[in-house]
Design a protein around this ligand. Structure first.
Ligand code: CP
Length: 305
């Protein structure tokens, strides 16, 4: 079993066969996560360094758990207490870490393309845990795995991605991955949150949330990324909720069930009502569990074990 890719930098160029292989391994690892002893020796002797240059709850802890469940040795790098504070460059920092015989590097960084740069100068497997507004491939894999678990298959599924698409790495990786797996994708956002070159993405586009909900079997609701945008892009959060929020009233008025995903963290009562996020059609916590399994699968398959 091996993937055609050597690193996981994004989903743009990952073929369907690789994604299917990741899902097969991930569903096997899901079984491991249900056991009383949730640990296998698969990556014993393999060393992983986790480099997080941005805050994270889900991704950071999910990778940490995935590595522990696979019995890997791990190093958790803290930028705040490193020699980066003395002016050392990112390249020197990472080359020095990798000189200590690291096998895999998991990195989250605010700069789009930073993981690609890393892959060009270190001799280790690189996994992108989110690079700025560019890609977040393991998030999209766990989202699509959760859809596969819920619907049996992703081919021909109608998936709407609603929210701050322009500033979202989750959106771009989902668009690439969903299209590769044969889903129909619709984007919905107010104009300031729609990517400038949206027509290049070859997906359906609407500015009407009710049209997106009518279209969708499942919606992936994205948060407003206040930290990545200039202020004043939308009049107010209240206005945003009224026009684009996944509210109880909107969902209740649909004549069909609709599956709700959210990558987290959520702005409750802004892009999504709590009654929807915590409701019976939400699979948000299934996504989190599948995240550990998907990351175990990616680590295992890319390590060549
Ligand atoms: N979904 C996601 O990337 O969450 P974190 O920022 O908490 O890792």
């Amino acid at each position: 079993m091996s993937l055609s890719i050597e690193n996981l930098l994004g989903l743009e160029d990952v073929p369907q066969a690789d994604i299917n292989q990741i899902f097969d391994a991930a569903f096997s690892f899901r079984e491991v996560l249900e056991r009383p002893v949730k640990k296998v020796p698969t990556l014993k002797g393999t060393t992983v360094v986790n480099l997080f240059f941005e805050p994270s709850t889900r991704t950071k802890n999910s990778f940490a758990l995935a590595e522990k469940r696979l019995s890997a040795d791990t190093v958790n790098f803290s930028a705040a207490s490193s020699s980066l504070q003395k002016g050392e460059s990112l390249k020197d920092t990472i080359q020095n870490l990798c000189a200590m015989k690291i096998d895999l590097v998991v990195m989250r960084h605010p700069t789009p393309g930073s993981v690609k740069m890393l892959a060009d100068f270190v001799n280790a497997v690189i996994i992108n845990a989110g690079d700025g507004t560019h890609e977040h491939p393991t998030q999209a894999l766990l989202d699509i795995m959760s859809l596969k678990e819920k619907f049996g298959q992703v081919q021909d599924l109608n998936v709407a991605i609603i929210g701050d698409i322009k500033h979202s790495r989750v959106a771009l990786s989902n668009i690439y991955g969903l299209k590769t797996m044969g889903a129909n994708v619709m984007l919905c956002a107010p104009p300031p949150f729609m990517p400038v070159s949206v027509e290049d993405l070859d997906v359906k586009v609407t500015y009407n949330v009710d049209e997106a909900l009518e279209f969708a079997d499942a919606v992936n609701v994205l948060r407003i990324q206040k930290e990545r945008q200039a202020s004043g892009l939308i009049p107010s959060l209240r206005e945003y909720r009224n026009r684009f929020g996944i509210t109880l009233e909107r969902v209740a008025s649909l004549q069909k069930p609709i599956t709700i995903l959210h990558p987290g963290p959520m702005n409750r009562q802004v892009e999504i009502d709590s009654a929807i996020a915590d409701g019976e059609n939400a699979i948000i916590l299934d996504q989190v569990l599948n995240g550990v399994a998907v990351r175990m699968a990616v680590l295992f398959l890319l390590s060549g074990s």
